[in-house]
Design a protein around this ligand. Sequence first.
Ligand code: HEC
Length: 581
Amino acid sequence: MLNRSCALIFALTSLAAGHAAAQADIDELVTRGEELFNTTVGGCATCHGPTGEGLVGPSLHFGPSPANIVDQFVANPVMIVVTENLNPTDDDLIAISMYIRSLAGLELDPALPAQWQSELVALAALETEEQEFRRTEYELAMERVQRFETVQETWERRANEGSVWSEYPSRIVGRWDAGEPKFTPEPGKTYWYENIGTTSSPAVLFSGYTPPTKNALVVGDAATHEIIASYHIDENLRSVVHTSAMSPDGRWAYMVGPREPNADGTPDPAGAWTMLKLDALTLQPVLQVTIGARLHHGQVFRDKVLFDTFVRDPDGLGLFLYDPETDEVLGGIRDVDMGGFIYTVWPDHDYERIYAMMEPAGYAPGRSTGMRSITRLYEGEYQALRPFWIAVINPDTWEVEAEYPIPGYRPNWAVIDSAKEHIYTINSSSNASKIRLSDGEVIWTAGTGIGPYGGSLNADESELWIADKGEAAHHLGRTITVIDTHEGHATHSLYGAYKVDHVLLSPNGKEMWATSNGEGRIYVYDAESKELIKKIDMPGNGDAHGLIWVHYDDNGEPVVVRDQGNFHGGTNPFLGRPLDY
Ligand code: HEC
């Protein structure tokens, strides 16, 4: 039951004799207790606060005895981190109890250690032998695979060796006149862009609400948060919006397109999937290009744009690089060469590597495998899933350099810290992990709100903000979880919009912007005080996905400074270079 040492080893011989401790011994106990109390993994400070006044766990200022603490090990499942990591001996517990008393300003009675010791001896005498329970064949098989350690120890490379680069011959299948500018950007100002769709959740809006029938591109002022202009595109060009993306120079926006058009302009069910290119000033489409897959996410990558995709055509790619100058798909990676399905992809801040969130194939046809498997886990049909992993790709050689299994299911999002030491993954299985890039070591895994999707670090990287969307759980997630990146514990659970999918630190480093699929709104929080400072209604409450910020320099030249992948164009609050506006 408890992994506590049975033999009581007394650091203080006077205690063994049942005598009162000397003052010097008390001081030594308090010092030792302080150290144990503040141990990083399994220490008490993590949950009860450095002063013991309470954090996730309650205040300890009543002065628990070692026996009180042992009672918690048995009664309180949260304490597993203490028994597994700190694994305190009886002497350790006496030291901790003494230190807690010192924190609480309670009397450090020299008779206490001896008294506590006899209590612990009495308690140990009550401990029964471990009882044997029957296990079925199924349970024995489960026991052999259930630990994440087993996944790590038995990991075999999934990706092909050598370059995994493939080409896709994109074609331009539609061109339009850009129309008239809807606004005139001012030098020195910063603007936000948002793609909105037609699939918000009527149930969470007002009664009688009907979603719009057209997708739109929206532009707003980053400083005032206000919408400046928007444009709804032709219904024939509608598909399901999943993010916002732009060219590095901020002149073009990209939006998911339908399948390529028939002669009459309606989508051809046998045609290739397309993407639309829109003018950032007129907000109107100018081009439709086949990309061989339904667009999911995109972000600036070097002087190109890196996209990942949903449904693939037979020749479609799971991720690809797009040239904004020539409007061509340059090429990318097919799932089959990766040994699984590519879901989302993430760059580090200086575009050295691409990190792909990978799904095991075969739970459902094609790319639906990841979503189907995790949904069925929530529904109870599956009890465990095959592992999901991160593939690290070198964008110069297109070789997969490393693979790390993750301790959760269906990672949706990843954030690479500015030092490129750790990657944070946010998993549909309602947890998030911090993984060391040098060797794949999992630093911590922590619970989040239900079905989390996107996330962002705050400017000093001490917090990971997570959008609790309700992904795969069929739950209307309505919170944002803030996790302490060092300790791996939630420090705040914020009221959020329904189904927030992305949350992003703004380029000035001061705000967190959360896009709501359910409500068709953007919620803006003060990153420091965590107060909700603004709700921005999208036109017609069209569902909001992702965000881009574009800055115009003093000469009126635009550049993307922030998108879902990272900060760009010289701005980076993580590296001490926020943008003032
Ligand atoms: C992972 C978080 C976590 C850690 C680490 C942790 N605790 Fe707790 N502790 C809790 C929570 C949560 C509760 C409240 C449990 C409940 O609701 O019954 C609790 C309850 C307690 C209680 C009971 C309080 C009461 O009012 O009776 C004691 C005593 C206690 N913890 C001592 C400790 C000590 C000592 C340590 C370090 C050795 C420690 N805990 C580490 C989370 C933690």
